[in-house]
Design a protein around this ligand. Sequence first.
Ligand code: UD2
Ligand code: MN
Length: 351
Amino acid sequence: RKPSFFSFLVLYSLLCVLCFSMFLFYRRGCPSGSFKERQAENTKTGFFWRIKERGQKNKSPEVQVKSTAGEEPLESCPETPPGLLGPLQVEFETNRTLENVRKQAGSSLQWEGRYKPPDCISKQKVAIIIPFRNRHDHLTHWIYYLHPILQRQQLHHGVFVINQHGDGEFNKAKLMNAGHVEALKEDDYGCFIFSDVDMVPLDDRNLYRCFDRPRHFSVAVDKFNYELPYKQIFGGVTAFSKEQFLMVNGFSNTYWGWGGEDDDMYKRVMFHLKSISRPDAVIGRYKMIRHERDHHNEQNLKNVKVLYETKTGLDQDGLSSLRYSVTEITKNVLFTFITVDVHVAPGQPAG
Ligand code: UD2
Ligand code: MN
């Protein structure tokens, strides 16, 4: 059957109506500018635009201002973090495992023990350096308590466990120097906190950040009846800005075995920077995990002599003379674990 003229007319008018309604549809959604322009506008706030914007960040600031609509730039974190709890309950008599702690803390950490507050910009980027060998149970407790504290403190930070390779004599100070160098290879940290693995703060108002003088955090330790055993003590937990640490040439590398390296650092600080800073004895409370003296970290009486000579040695001995080699780096969601050989013979390449 041949199509009649009438059905042809109906089809034609239907087509016209369709075209006209399409025209109306695009005009309504786009009061100023054409459909093409509107699409371009959409891509600006979309995924690809953001990627492109990153690459252009330094080149054209105007683009940045335009594209942040609905995506407010973050402000600096407040001087006093709002979510602090004050005094804390701390208990080591449990059967905590690193695996459980990892499961608990994992989702709040962004990558390899690094954390960045989601809603503000921390004023400082802090590397936390833990000298370590064979104290896994202590590390478990430390991580369990410190991660939530550092997050409440809105601290942009990374945790570096510096593990001494082999079973030669322990050299805590050299491990800390190596930790400083290795952390700087990872990110541009401006503040370094050195913490014994067995020291857990009892108050989260003790802010883990740098101050205008090198900071001694652990002023009231349970082991010392919550008071300073002597005025010059500078062991436990301390902080240095990048500049402060360079000014004292880091720690001495010459303290093998237990004792003296912290007093040596006190001398360095007094010599170059004249004073230290401390929290008060309420905020600066700590619990130290009870332990015996470790194997190959026996008290070294030679350190007394080294300490006596420190004033003369301090410029040559430290970061400037540091020699070590990295044997292994492993990363997990809680921390970066760097194994370091501190018994590198003179003449061997270091770093
Ligand atoms: C005091 C100081 C400490 C340090 C030391 C003298 C305080 C609160 N602490 O701690 O800072 O100056 O005297 O050297 O003032 N470590 C291991 N494995 C080992 C040996 C040591 O991981 O085999 C690490 C670990 O981080 C430990 C730290 O070195 O916490 C200090 O050693 P310690 O705990 O045996 O010394 P302690 O408690 O007398
Ligand atoms: Mn200890």
